[in-house]
Design a protein around this ligand. Structure first.
Ligand code: SF4
Length: 70
């Protein structure tokens, strides 16, 4: 069982649902400074603008990554 995690960025949060991830690698390829599968925490929202993060999250094919308003 893996729990949902949330990473706040300005007025939004990146929501991460590990059980949905299909490991496409889109996120790490698109924004490698933010989505760092080898690091802890693996999502480091301080390394890109909110707009770039929201844009990249929208390209997650599985819905493992999503955005919610804070
Ligand atoms: S883009 Fe989505 S499905 Fe692909 S590795 Fe990242 S979180 Fe997982």
């Amino acid at each position: 069982m893996s729990a949902t995690k949330q990473y706040p960025k300005e007025d939004v949060k990146v929501v991460w649902e590990p059980s949905k991830c299909i490991h496409s690698g889109n996120c790490a390829r698109g924004l490698p400074n933010v989505f760092r599968p080898k690091d802890k925490p693996w999502i480091q929202v301080e390394h890109a603008s909110k707009d770039d993060i929201v844009d990249q999250v929208s390209k997650c094919p599985s819905g493992a990554l999503s955005i919610t308003l804070d």
